[in-house]
Unconditional design. Structure first.
Length: 529
């Protein structure tokens, strides 16, 4: 942001005190001057837009007849005064276009001082104006709008960051501090319009996934966000209190147990795009509020679900980019089927040279320590295996890879493996060094499920804050009979990071969670006259 002297401004009519820069005070003075002249800087009248900048630029040569009567609005991002005329560049949601405004044409037969007052003296970069006119090409060959009239639609009271331009005329990012970009995403998208494309791709990704699932006739549903018991994942919840019921409620960490209840109830396939909340650390891969899609399909297993994930993600890549091969950071990642597959034990042996298959908890703890993995007394065998995998295997899996057949201790909700003792039928898809989805052949044996929950309670007693709780109603639903079911949870944010080549989860969330913004002003400032 421009560095200017900080002043204090007495805001009429409330007389409240605001800390403002000199430029911000000047803009407020212009606002007052416009109002004194009877010009409303925030008019209520509808300004109907007929064309976007992209449409005008794309169809100038092919559909000139459609561009003879244009109504266009946008934000001023450059302004060049030429006395009785001016060139301005306006930015709308689709892009940018130049506008030519001539005083004698926008004020025919009228007092030209109106143009001089409003356009030359009162407008600033960042203001939003509407223009009417026609498309033409300037002498330099630039497609532009020749304005026959203009209207101020919104006065900006804060200046935009100054755009940097090198000797060759190249424009550089004017708003690069990540913390400020995330805090003021609205400003980030004004100054760095390419950021908006990331979020368009995110919506396209969700639409592609939804279209794929709807084509298979699975039902999109909604389940509770506030839950009396949290479950469906190993995570620490956020909690709140319901005053009328006088009870504690939890923000959901997953929607799995509710979706399984729907399978018990008779649906063959259900899915939900859900906002989930986990009270855990923050990093470039973690935000306490995140989005995942969970899918449950009756009479299927995890092998079938692996094939679905491959097919769906390959389709998403093609829908977004027209191809399966994408540049992600320094890696060229290919989502074309089939993907590579390892069992959990095979992957650890492959990348560490150690076979942990038959190790008990004591031996595993010693081996983890020898690998430099932090272990504490709250961890069971499953948690230790997860830590070893997370440090020594996961970061090395760049191409999309399925990790299958997890130890039973790691998966309280997955069905025991049909042929391998001590394992469950589970897979995770890892890509670019991070998990993007998790899936099971779902456990539908209510006796076994109760036992697994009880084992989780014991881990909780040992201090594991992420251990699951026992959900009696969910167990009751299983006792009525749940068909064999395959379940999937896929992280939308992480998949979006990969599909848009972003390095941080904060770059694919409009408003990521941030620490409170402190102004550093602890007492009322003195008003300067």
């Amino acid at each position: 942001m421009p560095k200017t002297e900080v002043l204090f401004y007495l805001c009429p009519p409330t007389n409240s005190i605001m800390e403002l820069t000199e430029q911000e005070i000047i803009r407020r003075q212009k606002l007052e001057e416009l109002q004194k002249q009877g010009i409303n800087p925030y008019p209520a009248e509808l300004f109907e837009i007929t064309h976007s900048s992209r449409y005008i630029l794309d169809h100038f040569d092919t559909k000139p007849e459609e561009l003879k009567d244009i109504s266009f609005a946008g934000r001023i991002i450059s302004l060049r005064d030429m006395g009785k005329a001016a060139f301005t560049v306006l930015q709308d949601s689709a892009g940018k276009i130049q506008v030519y405004i001539k005083r004698d044409e926008v004020c025919p037969g009228e007092d030209k001082s109106l143009y001089d007052f409003v356009f030359k003296k009162m407008l600033d970069l960042g203001d939003i104006i509407g223009v009417k006119g026609y498309a033409f090409r300037t002498k330099t060959g630039e497609i532009s709008i020749h304005a026959s009239s203009f209207a101020l639609l919104s006065k900006a009271l804060r200046p935009l960051p100054t755009v940097k331009q090198d000797a060759d005329g190249n424009i550089h990012d004017a708003f690069t501090d990540p913390e400020q970009r995330y805090r003021m995403r609205y400003l980030d998208m004004i100054v760095n319009p390419h950021v908006r494309e990331v979020f368009r791709k995110r919506t396209q990704l969700v639409n592609s996934m939804r279209s794929y699932l709807n084509h298979k006739e699975y039902l999109e549903v909604e389940t509770p966000i506030l839950q009396p018991l949290y479950g469906g994942a190993a995570a620490r919840p956020f909690k709140t209190h319901h005053n009328t019921l006088d009870m504690t409620l939890y923000m959901r960490i997953a929607n799995e147990l509710y979706l399984k209840r729907l399978i018990v109830g008779g649906f063959d396939g259900v899915y939900e795009f859900s906002k989930d909340f986990r009270n855990e650390g923050m990093s470039r891969f973690h935000n306490p509020e995140f989005t995942q899609m969970e899918l449950y399909v009756a009479y299927k297993d995890y092998e079938w679900m692996m094939n679905l994930v491959e097919e769906m993600v390959e389709k998403i890549a093609i829908d977004l980019h027209g191809k399966t091969e994408l540049q992600v950071g320094e890696h060229l990642i290919n989502f074309k089927r089939p993907w590579k597959r390892f069992t959990m034990y095979e992957a650890i042996a492959h990348y560490t040279g150690i076979d942990i298959t038959d190790m008990d908890e004591t031996a595993l703890a010693e081996k983890a320590k020898s690998l430099g993995v932090h272990i504490d007394k709250t961890m069971g065998r499953g948690k230790m295996i997860d830590e070893i995998f997370g440090e020594h295997v996961e970061p090395k899996l760049i191409q999309p890879t399925f990790i299958t057949d997890y130890p039973v201790e790691m998966s309280p909700l997955a069905k025991k493996h049909r042929s391998k003792t001590g394992l469950v039928e589970r897979f995770e898809a890892i890509c670019n060094g991070k998990e993007i989805c998790n899936a099971f052949s779902e456990l539908n044996d209510p006796i076994d499920q109760r036992k697994r929950f009880e084992e989780q309670l014991e881990l909780g007693k040992r201090g594991d804050e992420e251990a699951m709780v026992l959900d009696e109603d969910f167990l009751r639903s299983l006792e009525f009979g749940m068909p064999p079911t395959a379940g999937l949870g896929i992280g939308i944010d992480r998949l979006c990071m990969i599909m848009t080549n972003q390095n941080s989860i904060q770059d694919v969330l409009f408003f990521p969670q941030m620490r409170p913004e402190y102004k550093g002003v602890t007492e009322e400032p003195e008003v300067k006259s």
